[in-house]
Design a protein around this ligand. Sequence first.
Ligand SMILES: Cc1cc2nc3c(=O)[nH]c(=O)nc-3n(C[C@H](O)[C@H](O)[C@H](O)COP(=O)(O)OP(=O)(O)OC[C@H]3O[C@@H](n4cnc5c(N)ncnc54)[C@H](O)[C@@H]3O)c2cc1C
Length: 423
Amino acid sequence: MKEVVFWQRDLAALPPISPPEQQLTETADVAIIGAGVTGLAAARNLAKGGASVAVFDTHTVGWGASGRNGGMISVGSKRPLGSWIKAYGPEKAKRLFQASCDAVTFVEEVIKDEKIDCGYERCGLLCAAWKPEHFGLLAAKQKLLAEQADYKTTLVAPIDIDDELGTGGYCGGLIEDFAGRLDPFIYTRGLALAAQKAGATIHENTAVVALEPSADGHRVVTSRGPVKAADVLVATNAYTGPVTPGLQRRVIPIESQIIVTEQLDEALAAGLILKKRIVFDTKKMLFYYRTTDDDRLFFGGRATFSTVSPQKSGKILQDKMVKLYPQLAGSAVEYTWDGYVAFTFDWDPHMGKMDGLYYSMGYCGHGMALGSYMGDRIANVIAGRPEDTPFLELKFSSNPVYRGKPWFVPLMGGFYRVYDRVK
Ligand SMILES: Cc1cc2nc3c(=O)[nH]c(=O)nc-3n(C[C@H](O)[C@H](O)[C@H](O)COP(=O)(O)OP(=O)(O)OC[C@H]3O[C@@H](n4cnc5c(N)ncnc54)[C@H](O)[C@@H]3O)c2cc1C
């Protein structure tokens, strides 16, 4: 197995986004920390509006979660609609859900407007029931989505699941048509090129090491020197570090591991996910998977809660994949890697301003659509344009026992493993 992100396998052959001779920007209206979908969508919007924008990333465009994820574009968030209703009432819950639909529409529009050749396909999503009891939960979810959010889905009865998946591992499912798949790395690079075309400057391999308030805004200290900026947007999601301690205390980085098989025989690949949908299952420690355009199976999940190498997690995931799809027993796994997903204490994504810094983060595994959309929307706030997305109204809380090191994750992992067995 190669420890390489499948989407980035040809990275060395791509021209760098930041030209090597590019000088460090001295001043900017807005400095953005993080060149993933959040920072780049914000940069595109702000630069289009005429602001001078400088984006900084310790690594390269898409190095973070944006260039290493499942490329699954879906509505909703980690927090189910029912939980939103309980917490915020039906009206606001409906607005939040609608905003998540707007996020998918936003991604589709950007791809079209910027002509990003990332293989986007509106393939639909299948949430597959891991246990017979879970099918009832999916039926209840369907009813709630229809009644409270006017959102239509299709239930797949246990007896019909063979029309969707080539595994006997599931007991029915729920289909959402409004979901798609893409190559996340090409999409993220496409956003970067669009932001550059609009006038933003992207500084790769430039870490922000300190932020100091100044009379006219901020002194942004980078690994290549200082930059003056009137405003700062923190778009570091699960990779948020000690430079922004208040935000670091609010996001919980949780590792997710991925493997990608070798190119499969066309018929074998076609028989795994019959309608080429993106697939999640109903476990707490869920599997998420899809096929790629060149007939591989992309299979993600949490292999283990202890820190292990991508080789070891790859092997564990391969065993789980083969248990689910025994027809893959003879297929090699070619790629293995991992990345961090940003959870929050309430499972909501958050955007706003804290300690004088704008931020948007905490997408709990749904950031391809939500991060793109919320990055674009926080740019409106920074630019002083009217913005009424309901995500702005949510309070971003931490927990007194958390200082940015998620010591409790192995405990949660143990609990969820037992929960998945008994529930
Ligand atoms: C394995 C995996 C699978 C996933 N699958 C999906 C999926 O299928 N669908 C979906 O919607 N979401 C998925 N997600 C979540 C999604 O990828 C993220 O929510 C989204 O990419 C977040 O984008 P971002 O721009 O906010 O952050 P990121 O893309 O993580 O970018 C943050 C950047 O900040 C930079 N940075 C951090 N600190 C500094 C600093 N001090 N100075 C400069 N730069 C800094 C990092 O180098 C990094 O590049 C997945 C995540 C993972 C890890």
